[in-house]
Design a binder for this molecule. Structure first.
Ligand SMILES: CC(C)(COP(=O)(O)OP(=O)(O)OC[C@H]1O[C@@H](n2cnc3c(N)ncnc32)[C@H](O)[C@@H]1OP(=O)(O)O)[C@@H](O)C(=O)NCCC(=O)NCCS
Length: 190
């Protein structure tokens, strides 16, 4: 139940309830090993509760295993991961290496509040600073249009593991020379 907020601009009435548009501070910082458990939980919940598309049950389980806390820690030696933190609580993750954007996930409870946009903007800006000219990603069906809105172009479908259809992802690519989106404000909609 949303309560009226005395600080915000006029609240919006939704289905008879009052929705509060209170604004919170969001911080993007580097991933640390202590974040792995919560990040793994966020990813697992997205796979189990969203209609992410392109995954069989076996494929979903393989992705959950791939994103166990231990595997995230191990991959963080090669992938530069960043996390979004709201009020000391980790609410999202994204990373990159010299080729790809990896593991963009936002806590299900916090979707559509601008967190994914802020994380991906940070990653693209960091990758550009590191000298990358283009960057790829292997998107879920669910996130394809989100990546399109950042200028990623759809290339082709990928069938993983090779020869099966357990996981179908979409190979996408962005030219970082066209990167103009910069989000400086640490503000999200609650
Ligand atoms: C994709 C994802 C990271 C987006 O995170 P989010 O915090 O909800 O996104 P934002 O609130 O920053 O959304 C920014 C904009 O994209 C839109 N958007 C958000 N999710 C979207 C989606 N799945 N498809 C299309 N548009 C989307 C929002 O409406 C918003 O539009 P606006 O700026 O016009 O208001 C999140 O939905 C997620 O975790 N998905 C599951 C995991 C996944 O599939 N990740 C990709 C792995 S490669």
């Amino acid at each position: 139940m949303h309560l009226p907020c005395l600080i915000c601009p006029p609240p919006t009435a939704i289905s008879g309830l009052i929705k509060c548009n209170f604004i919170l501070m969001l911080r993007i910082r580097k991933f640390g090993y202590k974040d792995a458990k919560e990040v793994s939980r966020i990813i697992k919940e997205c796979y189990l509760k969203l209609k992410i598309g392109g995954h069989t049950k076996k494929g979903i389980n393989s992705q959950i295993d791939w994103n166990s806390p231990e595997n995230l820690v191990s991959r963080s030696k090669n992938i530069k991961y960043w996390v979004a933190v709201d009020n000391n609580e980790v609410v999202g993750i994204c990373g990159y290496d010299d080729k790809k954007v990896h593991t963009l996930f936002v806590d299900l409870k916090k979707h559509k509040k601008g967190i994914g946009k802020k994380l991906l903007s940070k990653i693209l800006n960091e990758a550009k600073k590191d000298g990358l000219i283009t960057i790829k990603t292997w998107s879920t069906f669910y996130a394809e249009s989100f990546y399109n809105s950042f200028g990623f172009v759809t290339k082709k479908k990928l069938y993983l593991p090779e020869g099966t259809k357990d996981v179908i992802l979409i190979k996408m690519e962005k030219d970082l020379r066209q990167l103009t989106t910069v989000f400086n404000k640490n503000i999200i909609k609650k």
